[in-house]
Design a protein around this ligand. Sequence first.
Ligand code: ZN
Ligand code: ZN
Length: 342
Amino acid sequence: MRSVFYPHLVNGPFGDPALYVRLAYRGEALLFDCGELTPLTTRELLKIRTVCISHAHIDHLVGFDTLLRAFLYQDICLLVCGPPGMAERVAGRLAGYTWNLIEGYPLVLTVREWGDPAGRQVSFRAANAFRPEEGPPHPCPDGLLLETPAYRVRGVPLDHGGIPSLAFALEEPLHVAIHKDALERCGYRPGPWLTRFKDRVREGNRGEMPFTVPLESGGEIHPPLAVLTRQIAHTERGMKVCYVTDAAPVAENLQKIVALAADAHLLAIEAVFEHAELERARLRNHLTARLAGTLARRARAARVLVFHHSPRYLDCPEKLADEAREAFELKGGEGKTAPDGA
Ligand SMILES: [Zn+2]
Ligand SMILES: [Zn+2]
């Protein structure tokens, strides 16, 4: 399957958590957690449209000012999703500055909190000096925080020492694969229309709708969407990337993680300590590398990416990734036993 999500850790496995996910063909990106963001270029920052924050510990939110600084002059509505209490945290950050002279700025920040069955939604407009403006609650059926034709984001709260840390699933509702050879055979000229075409296919139920296709020879044709789909594309299960961090190694969290990450193409998951330090992991409410790998295996994830390593492993930087990989690749026993420490 051709990738539609391109994730990378902004600060590597030892730095502050921040997973930048570029969306193919859309000039858009999502950010999972907002640790230090200075390694990102302004161009990369300005592609972000949605920021999903697990919780407001400083290593997950310290980059917020970098983000705000980059977006201040932009005519954009930036969505920030987070656990209950996130609107207050953002209000607090914004209240730390003086905001006269920005009445003409169009930037809007909207904070959407996870809630069951609905969460708070609060907007902060630059034109209103970033004062909080309470909107109607946002329903979160099955943890759904955001849905667009190209992707949706779901959140699940995990226990992190008595506070919720949200884990996220970023999913493509349906993957539409284009057959390049069919495009050539039909004489269709590739271009941005293919992204619009994929969105229409994902919406479904519009098979009779004529769709404009540019031709290599010049001009265009207008076949019905269903005919065009049969000619140049096929559909399959969409891509899924999960982001899990700052979770206590307790049974309820582990079950929730396996359910959220089921059949993910990539599980990005914290691996703070080696499993020999499980007691320390319990005290600090974090996962071990072996747990991370085991959870990825139990969820049948295709790949696992570990991060949020404790600095105590800086002199053996591969140790945690190796331990996670070993547990991930372990054969047999899937789904039979709970991981150690469950
Ligand atoms: Zn934390
Ligand atoms: Zn953390």
